[in-house]
Design a binder for this molecule. Structure first.
Ligand code: SAM
Length: 297
């Protein structure tokens, strides 16, 4: 019988919220109950045994650690914002990556967390409060309507764009039926109406990100396995990216699984694999060439 993805034992990951607790103290506390390993990809990410249930753990309840998957944790880490920068999380609720950015920036500088959906803004605000991320300003707005020349936006040096996507890489219980035709899924369902609409939005959002005058790093990520939402979106914006001085740069180069080879620079893109990693994520990083950045930077 076919092995089910949902039955495969997957390690549990938790990210230490270094705004509230240092990594060694978290390890000390968690090893009282569990076998704990440091992840070798993302600083502050810890690996626990598959059966671990931390939902009611005091460190989760008080925001010292966040239950966050490995691939999801690679996204903010790929952006590498520096403490003191102005950073935009363009599509941010429920805010897991927002508060990860805040921790990487040691609470210094400013993060603008933009979210369109009113209900999801509430979840975002709760996440930010729980994390103690005091340098986050939540903006209930359409990212596509943010004016890059506005005073707050014109200083933004890094943008994390994790837009709405099909979620085909995370809906574990829906994944089992995909497994027999996993390869086909990458191509065949890529033409459905829904995916085309999502891809059109993703492309528009990425194009808008390039127009922020001080932006020098932009990360684009999805939790989709579909080429149409991933490599195809990136490929379609490359000419515009180049006209703003941006080019693809390697995302976590030590990671073995890269983008599908359908564009120049696909080796810079990162994919996680549904079967090997238990979730299908995609990450692209655009970096603006130093001589194309505004003078003051
Ligand atoms: N980065 C988040 C995290 O890790 O917690 C997950 C983001 S989720 C994939 C995408 C979010 O984008 C949703 O909350 C959705 O409501 C929001 N969104 C969709 N269109 C948007 C727009 N035009 N402007 C701002 N947010 C938008």
């Amino acid at each position: 019988p076919q092995c089910k993805i949902s039955d495969m034992p997957k390690p549990r990951y938790v990210r230490v919220n270094t705004l509230k607790m240092d990594v060694e103290s978290a390890i000390l506390e968690l090893t009282k109950q569990y076998a704990v390993d440091k992840d070798d990809m993302v600083p502050g990410l810890l690996k626990l045994p598959p059966s671990t249930d931390l939902h009611k753990h005091p460190l989760v309840i008080n925001g010292s650690i966040f239950m966050q998957g490995r691939a999801s944790s690679m996204v903010a880490a790929a952006l590498e914002p520096k403490p003191g920068w102005w950073v935009l999380d363009a599509c941010s609720a429920p805010g897991n990556k927002t508060v990860h950015l805040a921790a990487i920036m040691k609470g210094k500088g400013k993060i603008i967390a933009c979210e369109l959906d009113k209900q999801r803004v509430k979840r975002l605000e709760a996440t930010v409060r729980l994390a103690g991320a005091t340098n986050v300003k939540v903006k209930h707005e359409d990212f596509l309507k943010l004016n890059p020349e506005e005073p707050c936006c014109s200083k933004i040096r890094a943008i994390l764009l994790d837009p709405s996507c099909s979620g085909s890489g995370t809906a574990i219980d829906r994944l089992d039926h995909l497994l027999p035709s996993y390869a086909a899924v990458l191509d065949d369902t890529g033409n459905s109406d829904r995916l085309m609409k999502l891809a059109a939005f993703q492309k528009k959002a990425l194009e808008h990100a390039f127009s922020f005058p001080a932006a020098e790093r932009i990360v684009y990520s999805t939790c989709s396995i579909h080429q149409i939402e991933n490599e195809d979106v990136v490929k379609s914006v490359l000419p515009l990216a180049a006209s703003h001085g941006f080019q693809l740069a390697p995302v976590h180069p030590q990671w073995p699984r890269r983008g599908l080879p359908v564009l120049d620079g696909s080796q810079h893109l990162l994919r996680t694999d549904l079967v090997e990693d238990g979730e299908g994520f995609f990450i692209a990083l655009f970096v603006r060439k130093a001589d194309k950045r505004p003078q003051e930077y």
